[in-house]
Structure formats: structure tokens, C-alpha cells
Design a protein around this ligand. Structure first.
Ligand SMILES: NC(=O)c1ccc[n+]([C@@H]2O[C@H](COP(=O)([O-])OP(=O)(O)OC[C@H]3O[C@@H](n4cnc5c(N)ncnc54)[C@H](O)[C@@H]3O)[C@@H](O)[C@H]2O)c1
Length: 332
């Protein structure tokens, strides 16, 4: 297998994965509409890897252009990162999220089937687990119940679509990767997460607070039944996450494979603040506000299936992520 189409490949996780793929000599084409990323990412990828991926500025909602791409190029595999991901915005504009994420995926799958591209690796999220009775989440748990926002629903719907496509077409191979909470960036400090709009994930907010663009960090609740009262999540370094995709390629086979990509360890919001302060040597202003509707106290991955079947496990720590984030911030 040689040539991979990476949708959303100029985005945060996509660009880190492209670097890992180029290191292993895959030929990469990126499809992105640049809605939430910048074309200059290509220069940075080239600087880091010494190779420049092919780039196609295409919106997946534009069926004709997407089809033309498949008509003119032969791909062995698609890695599908393209999607909108702002949870809060998805509550305000649900149709935009369903149209872009679900509609875009349907267009992509139609083109893949038409041009006989039978392998897809999809960026899903731990959000598909909804609310569970225990915080350690494994792939055997039911999904789709208690999802609290349209963004999460789109991930669940796309997972179901992929299962149905595979069911109907025995040549089709799908890998669903359920990410926990990606943080950090490439150690070069050249690429990282730089959202165009107001972020609602912890690390991008911490970054904006440290640069003075947001006055203080809001900690949503300090009265959860956790070690220090703040919410606990499984923060995975984006480079580890990217390597998880590479590990999945070789294990693909007809059918659907589902893996959690997480560290298996929970870290609280207060611990993240302390880790950032330690790495930067700066105080991070924050205030505790009320709990946010729909937030769970604690969740983290059981990553043992990925370790056993893909031979993959995380190697980097929250401290590594903080060091790399500060390096990236200093380069901005
Ligand atoms: N970052 C996270 O915390 C997280 C967690 C779980 C899952 N995910 C999923 O991983 C994927 C990548 O996330 P990310 O953090 O890199 O996000 P990102 O916004 O940095 O990257 C997504 C890319 O997709 C592009 N895109 C969006 N809609 C498109 C369309 N219709 N056509 C073409 N390009 C389009 C954007 O321009 C962007 O470059 C997303 O599907 C996201 O939902 C992310």
C-alpha cells in the first residue's frame, strides 16, 4: 500500500499524522477546504519531513470536485479527519454539523465505492460512549446513548454508516479510531493546534490564556467526586495519536475494527493547570465556575485492545505535551 488520501490533512491531528506517514514513505495527498487550517501548514510539514504532500483545496460537500479527484488519482486508503469539531457551536448550529460531517462523509464514501477505494480509517471520538456507569471505557461498551451534543451525534452516526457500508460490501475495510483528548504538538514547535475561532477544549484555551488573548481559564466545577474535585480526562499526546493511525494501516482487513486511542490514565483539570505552570514558569489565571451541562466527572480509555492488536501504546506524557505546547507558543 502506497498512496493515501488524507481528508482534513492540514488540520491539527491530520497534519501530525501526515508527518508520521511521510516518515514511513507513504505518498500523501491532502484534501482540505482550509476552513479551520492554513495552507502554510504544508511548508511546515515539508520543513519537518523533507517531503511535501500533494494538496487539493476541496470541500467534501462539493461532490463533483471530490469525485474528480478520485477519477484522476488512484488511492489505496483514505484517512478521514475532515470535520467540524466545536462542540458548543454544534449545539447552536446543528444542521451545519450534520451537513458537513455526515454529508461530507457520505460524499466521500460514494466516491470511494465508485472508484474502488476500499479502505478507510475514520477519526471518531470517545464522545460516542455517552454516559457510562464507570469511567474506564472499552470498545465493548454500548455507544450512542446519552450523547449530549450534535457534534458527538455526528461521530456516532458516521460510525453506524461505516458499519452498514461494510455490511453491504464485503471488500470494504474500515477502522474506527475513538480519540480521547488530544493535546500537545510536534516537538519541532512548527505545527500545532491553532483554532481560527474561540476554542472550547482545555489546551487551546490554556494557550490563549497564557498569551493574554483570554483573561482567565474557567474551570467548570471543583466539586466532582474526583481526586481534586475537577473533571478528569485522558489527555493523549497528538504524536502518539498520529502513530496509532500508522499502526492501524497494517492490521486492516475486511470488516470494521474499532480501537480506543488513549493513555489509559486520567488527569484532572487542576493537574493540567499545574503541569502547564511548571513547564512555562508562569502562573495561569483561572476561576472556578459552575459545572457545565453534559460534562462527565471522569472518563479515560481502556487502551488494551489497541495495544494487543495494533502493537501500539502511548509513549509520551502530559509533561511532554506541555513542553511541546510552550515550544509551539514561542514560535507563533
Ligand atoms: N481535536 C480533538 O479534540 C478531537 C477529538 C476527537 C475526535 N476528533 C476528530 O478528529 C478529526 C480532526 O480533528 P482536528 O482536531 O485535527 O480538527 P481540525 O479542525 O484542526 O482539522 C479538521 C480539518 O478538516 C477540514 N474540514 C472540515 N470540514 C471540511 C470539509 N467539508 N471539506 C474539507 N475539509 C474540511 C478543516 O479545514 C480542518 O483543516 C475531526 O474529525 C475531529 O472531529 C478531534
Amino acid at each position: 500500500m502506497k498512496r493515501i488520501l488524507v481528508t482534513g490533512g492540514t488540520g491539527y491531528i491530520g497534519s501530525h499524522t501526515v508527518i508520521e506517514l511521510l516518515r514511513r514513505d507513504y505518498e500523501i495527498d491532502i484534501l482540505d477546504n482550509l476552513f479551520n487550517s492554513k495552507i502554510t501548514v504544508l511548508d511546515k510539514i515539508e520543513k519537518i519531513s523533507g517531503k511535501r504532500p500533494n494538496f487539493h483545496k476541496i470541500d467534501l460537500l462539493d461532490f463533483e470536485k471530490t469525485e474528480e479527484l478520485f477519477k484522476n488519482n488512484q488511492y489505496d486508503l483514505v484517512m478521514h479527519f475532515a470535520g467540524l469539531k466545536a462542540v458548543g457551536e454544534s449545539v447552536e448550529k446543528p444542521l451545519k454539523y450534520y451537513e458537513n460531517n455526515v454529508g461530507g462523509t457520505i460524499n466521500l464514501l460514494k466516491c470511494m465505492q465508485k472508484y474502488d477505494v476500499n479502505k478507510i480509517i475514520f477519526s471518531s471520538s470517545a464522545t460516542v460512549y455517552g454516559e457510562q456507569p464507570i469511567p474506564k471505557l472499552d470498545e465493548t461498551m454500548p455507544t450512542g446513548m446519552g450523547i449530549t451534543n450534535p457534534y458527538g451525534e455526528t461521530k456516532h452516526i458516521i460510525e453506524e454508516i461505516l458499519k452498514d457500508v461494510v455490511e453491504s460490501d464485503n471488500k470494504f475495510e474500515a477502522v474506527i479510531l475513538r480519540y480521547f483528548n488530544p493535546v500537545g504538538n510536534h516537538p519541532s514547535g512548527l505545527i500545532g493546534e491553532d483554532p481560527n475561532d474561540i476554542p472550547n477544549n482545555l489546551m487551546p484555551i490554556i494557550m490563549k490564556v497564557s498569551r493574554g488573548e483570554i483573561k482567565e481559564l474557567s474551570v467548570y466545577g471543583d466539586d466532582y467526586p474526583t481526586l481534586d474535585g475537577s473533571g478528569v480526562r485522558d489527555f493523549i499526546h497528538v504524536v502518539d495519536l498520529a502513530r496509532g493511525h500508522v499502526a492501524a494501516i497494517d492490521k486492516m482487513k475486511p470488516g470494521v475494527l474499532i480501537y480506543n486511542l488513549g493513555t489509559g490514565k486520567g488527569t484532572s483539570v487542576f493537574e493540567m493547570i499545574k503541569a502547564f505552570e511548571k513547564a512555562s514558569g508562569k502562573k495561569l489565571p483561572y476561576k472556578v465556575v459552575g459545572r457545565r451541562a453534559g460534562d462527565l466527572a471522569e472518563m479515560f480509555a481502556d487502551p488494551s485492545k489497541a495495544e494487543k492488536e495494533l502493537g501500539w501504546k502511548t509513549e509520551l506524557t502530559v509533561e511532554d505535551a506541555m513542553r511541546d505546547t510552550i515550544n509551539y507558543l514561542n514560535n507563533l
